[in-house]
Structure formats: structure tokens, C-alpha cells
Design a protein. Structure first.
Length: 227
């Protein structure tokens, strides 16, 4: 089982999604359990809406075949669901090309990363036939009753990690580079730049427009995002 805390709610999911309201720490309340599709990805601050996604199955032997198009993989689906009356009701389902591998949610923005391959696509980053290995989708959740796809862009290289911090999407590529994108205008995403990944990075934060990496032996290393 896994758990997630947002606002005054704790979510725990296994066979079903368990919700616990701890707005009153002296009298926590277990709300009705929900039957949800796929994997739980997050929730609105007040718990009225939850977000889930389904990642489709893949065949392991395709993972290492750089000559394949990968298009035989089934697509993934991202769901926005209402929790009214303790029933998970689908408000909208986004059927995404390729397979959904990562979902990042911050405030009113959902970032979906889908890959042509079953997993991260790391083993294919050197293919000259099709350098695009994953795609990023931006979904506006400011009105959960009417979520909208605001933008998308292709990524190049093997995706080995992803972080969403203060409207900045940080993609870890091939285990040794960090690509930073400004998502403040989802319809016109701005590429900020490439930065080295310092050793084994244990954490990444952005503070005063500086990208900080907590990198074990190297300590805390910062890179100005404005050059």
C-alpha cells in the first residue's frame, strides 16, 4: 500500500482508496473508501477531486529494441474524478498517446510524461532514427469540472527522473543532465537550459531562482537559472 497527504486529508491506496480527514487532529475521521481506476496520483486541496492514471502493460523484450517504433504499446489514461457522495465519478478522462510513466501535480497543474517505450526509454536515447523518446503534457486543473489540455512538447534522451517545482519542470536525462523548463505559460513552454547533475543527487530545490542539488559527497551545489 502507498499513502499521500494533501491539505487535511491522508490517502492510502491498495485494493481501494482509503481517505482519512484529520482536519481535527483529536478526532480523525475515515471517509468512505473509493474504487478508483489505475494508480492514485493526487487530489485537490479540499479533497473534492482526485486524480488517477492507468499505465498500460508492455512486453519486456521490446524495451531493448531500438529499431522498433514502440507504437504497439497501449496508450495510458489520466482521470479527473469527483468524490461527491463518497463515490468516485469520472469528470473527464484524457486518453494519452503512448504509455503514462510519470504524473506530477502542483497547485492547479498536472504534468504527464508519456513514453513510447514501456519504461523510461533510457536504453534508446542514442537512436538516430527517432530521437524523441517521451512527451510532456500539461493539464490545467484550476477548474476540475472542466480540466483542459494546455500544451505539450517532446523530450529527447533517456528520462531517468522528473521534478515539478514552482512552475519549473526539471527532467533528469540519461542520469547526468538536468533539463529545466519554465511552465508559467503552459501554451508557450520556455526552455531554461541544461545543467549538470552533480554526483548522486538526493534532492533538488529551487530558491530565489537558483537550482540547488543536494549531492552527497559534493554537498549542496547551486546553479543560477537566469545564467
Amino acid at each position: 500500500e502507498y499513502y499521500f497527504v494533501d491539505g487535511n486529508y491522508r490517502y492510502q491506496w491498495g485494493n481501494a482508496l482509503v481517505r482519512i480527514d484529520f482536519s481535527n487532529s483529536k478526532s480523525m475521521t475515515r471517509l468512505g473508501d473509493l474504487d478508483v481506476p489505475g494508480n492514485f496520483a493526487g487530489a485537490s486541496f479540499d479533497g473534492s477531486y482526485i486524480y488517477c492514471y492507468e499505465a498500460r502493460e508492455f512486453y519486456h523484450n521490446w524495451l531493448y529494441d531500438a529499431r522498433s517504433s514502440g507504437d504497439t504499446f497501449k496508450n495510458g489514461t489520466f482521470y479527473v474524478l469527483s468524490t461527491e457522495n463518497d463515490v468516485a465519478t469520472v469528470v473527464k478522462a484524457f486518453n494519452m498517446p503512448w504509455n503514462i510513466r510519470r504524473v506530477l501535480i502542483e497547485d492547479d497543474m498536472a504534468v504527464l510524461i508519456s513514453t513510447k517505450w514501456g519504461q523510461s526509454g533510457f536504453y534508446h536515447f542514442d537512436s538516430k532514427e527517432d530521437p524523441s523518446r517521451f512527451k510532456v503534457w500539461l493539464i490545467d486543473l484550476s477548474d476540475p469540472n472542466s480540466p483542459k489540455l494546455r500544451g505539450s512538447f517532446h523530450g529527447v534522451g533517456g528520462l531517468s527522473g522528473a521534478y515539478l517545482l514552482k512552475n519549473n519542470l526539471i527532467l533528469e536525462l540519461n542520469y547526468h543532465e538536468l533539463a529545466v523548463y519554465d511552465l508559467s505559460n503552459p501554451g508557450k513552454v520556455e526552455f531554461v537550459g541544461m545543467f549538470p547533475r552533480v554526483g548522486w543527487t538526493h534532492g533538488i530545490k529551487i530558491f530565489h531562482n537558483i537550482l540547488f542539488q543536494v549531492a552527497g559527497y559534493y554537498g549542496i551545489v547551486g546553479f543560477p537559472l537566469d545564467g
